[in-house]
Design a protein around this ligand. Structure first.
Ligand SMILES: Cc1cc2nc3c(=O)[nH]c(=O)nc-3n(C[C@H](O)[C@H](O)[C@H](O)COP(=O)(O)OP(=O)(O)OC[C@H]3O[C@@H](n4cnc5c(N)ncnc54)[C@H](O)[C@@H]3O)c2cc1C
Length: 335
């Protein structure tokens, strides 16, 4: 290993401690290979234990011109959660945020602050006693996914009423036009002046209700349903890098480092009913979709599709997963 790389690893290790900096090939595998695709070499995988540690890791990386790859649960399907190939011009450090799991409730749980590695599961559990639920619940995203990974990917397009994950309020770091690391506090909470102060105050929940600003900034996508209703539009309802959904952390897909987001939660429906429809004709679904979207007074919470091959496979395989989730619930799963 070349000397400069050794020095970088040393500096990173001083921040995270030995245990939380992986450099051995075998140990890095889980983090450098994507769920569906994407894999490549990383100099190191760092698992910081606090927001301030993330900031310090970023400082070392920016100073040494190292590529930073922010990662949460690594369930994303875009190839953006891991290195992609081995032809990068600089070394890569993966910063995995999953040790930083805190969630703060504000305004009696109507909004939440999710720190870097907080998960949708934990949020679901936290909101349940308040009769509320997060943007995505199990079934609308994959098991173990983080809150912030969803925001960065604008994930959740099958959620008809709620739309893709979106917020205009976040705390994040970016490299500015002068090549300097800069912390942007768009969270709408007075947390202090310096990055260190801001990050520590947030981590320790060291702010008062009066520090939380009531802003007009949106903490969810409130326009999706109208777009879906417009069935004769000549543009698709949802597509990658839709400028409508790019704002700060939202849709940033790893281009900045997100420390926290502020999001709306949703009133939990009193009753749910699931309808399964089957047909051999794709046109039947096309017609049903158009009829529902154009003429139903209230729209379904979400709508998803299952290809015949998946249906056939599910008839035979994976019943164990279904039974485990059905009988034991999701509480015991690692989040
Ligand atoms: C089997 C399966 C089913 C799925 N089903 C759905 C589905 O139904 N609907 C849906 O929307 N998605 C689905 N997904 C995709 C995936 O679960 C979501 O995209 C998820 O929200 C990603 O969360 P994550 O914590 O795994 O993020 P990651 O995969 O770790 O990261 C996602 C992106 O966010 C960036 N990122 C993560 N954390 C930060 C940070 N702190 N700062 C800056 N950038 C960051 C990463 O660089 C990456 O670009 C599915 C995935 C799988 C494997």
């Amino acid at each position: 290993m070349i000397e400069t790389h050794k020095k970088i690893i040393q500096d990173l290790r001083q921040i995270t401690g030995n245990k939380n900096l992986l450099t051995k090939q075998w140990n890095k595998q889980t983090y450098s290979k994507g769920w569906r695709y994407g894999s490549g070499e990383a100099l190191a995988v760092a698992s910081p234990g606090s927001l301030l540690e993330i900031w310090k890791l970023l400082e070392v990386c920016v100073l040494n011109d190292v590529i930073v790859l922010m990662q949460a649960a690594n369930t994303g399907l875009t190839g953006g959660s891991t290195p992609y190939g081995n032809d990068y011009d600089r070394p890569i450090v993966i910063i995995n945020t999953m040790r930083i799991k805190d969630i703060h409730l504000i305004d009696h749980g109507k909004q939440i602050i999710g720190l870097a590695g907080s998960t949708l599961f934990d949020l679901e559990k936290k909101l349940l006693p308040l009769g509320r639920e997060p943007h995505s619940v199990i079934g609308s995203t994959s098991i173990g996914a983080s809150i912030i990974g969803g925001i960065c990917n604008n994930s959740g397009g099958s959620l008809i009423q709620r739309g893709p994950a979106y917020s205009e309020m976040a705390l994040y770091a970016k490299v500015n036009e002068n090549g300097r690391l800069e912390l942007i506090n768009d969270l709408g909470i007075h947390l202090g002046k310096t990055p260190e102060e801001i990050l520590e105050n947030l981590q320790l929940k060291n702010y008062k209700t009066s520090d939380v600003i009531n802003t007009k900034k949106r903490a969810s996508d409130d326009g999706y349903i109208d777009i879906l209703r417009n069935i004769n539009s000549n543009t698709p309802s949802r597509f990658n890098s839709d400028p409508r959904l790019l704002y700060g952390a939202s849709g940033s897909a790893g281009k900045i480092a997100v420390f926290a987001v502020r999001l709306d939660s949703y009133e939990k429906p009193k009753k749910n009913k699931i309808f399964y429809l089957g047909s051999n004709e794709a046109d039947v679904f096309w017609q049903i979709r158009r009829d529902i979207l154009s003429s139903f007074k209230s729209l379904p919470t979400s709508g998803d599709y299952l290809h015949r091959d998946c249906y056939d496979a599910a008839k035979k395989y994976s019943k164990d997963t279904f039974i485990v989730l059905d009988k034991l619930g999701t509480n015991f799963l690692p989040t």
